[in-house]
Ligand binder design. Sequence first.
Ligand code: ATP
Ligand code: MG
Length: 292
Amino acid sequence: MNWASKLAKPYRVSDGDKFRLKDFDPQDTGEFKSKEEAKGLLEKSVAHIEELQDKLYAQDRWCLLLIFQAMDAAGKDGAIKHVMSGINPQGCQVYSFKAPSNEELDHDYLWRTTRNLPERGRIGIFNRSYYEEVLVVRVHPDVLEHEKIPAKLRSKDTWKERFQDICSFERYLSRNGTVIRKFFLNVSKKEQKRRFLARLQEPEKNWKFSPEDVREREHWDDYMQAYEDMIRNTATKHAPWYVVPADNKWFTRLVVAAAIVETLEGLKLSYPEVDPQKRKELQAARKALASN
Ligand code: ATP
Ligand code: MG
């Protein structure tokens, strides 16, 4: 096993049956003791992701969909920014899902997802996703009311049905060449409080603060239950969850980077082979260039 797989493995959940959130410590930093110790490896993996992404793009067969879910202030934005910092912007698409618009509410909940899926050869990043449909919507039943689903179709089985539909959707995508990896940035309630306070105290962080985020904290336990149930029901071999410790941002970024390296390496990517016809064309072009 190479370093990336070794680093990412403890956090990968490919079969949800036995998953329990309490088995995952938000403060975990694996074998690393400090940010400085991890710095070199993070830089190496960011560079490696860039190389692999170049091949992904050249080959134009697979695409990678990375889904990020977390409580507020868990560090989604920072993880995306750092891990993707080496990538050619043309090969990467980031989409942030907010509360659905009126137009989006006139459709089924996967409609807006389908429209924003990555193209072949690209890395698509979902900053939040259709998983909100079994998180915020589950914690706040009035959000479901807004979705205009016929009353007859709603029941206590709604969440189970959503899990099934999401799994089928991900199976379908993966059968068509979309490689899906999902990240739950697992921050503790205590660390979230510390980060909110920093947002209030430091002027350059004030803009990040939203009073609504603090209100959501009151539902912390409901959210944790929803996350646990979500992972139990949607972690699969072809679309695993990574439960990433998120109390130390440097470690979060390292695990996310390792998981991406592990995934892209698993695809055994290579630059397209040049066939004899094309080789002839290249030779002719070289000659032509040499003579004028
Ligand atoms: P973030 O909170 O992700 O850092 P942000 O603060 O810029 O981003 P917000 O305006 O808070 O953006 O938008 C995200 C909000 O949208 C979250 O509170 C999330 O729960 C909500 N949301 C996303 N998808 C849905 C959905 N399908 N149904 C209801 N609410 C959703
Ligand atoms: Mg927000």
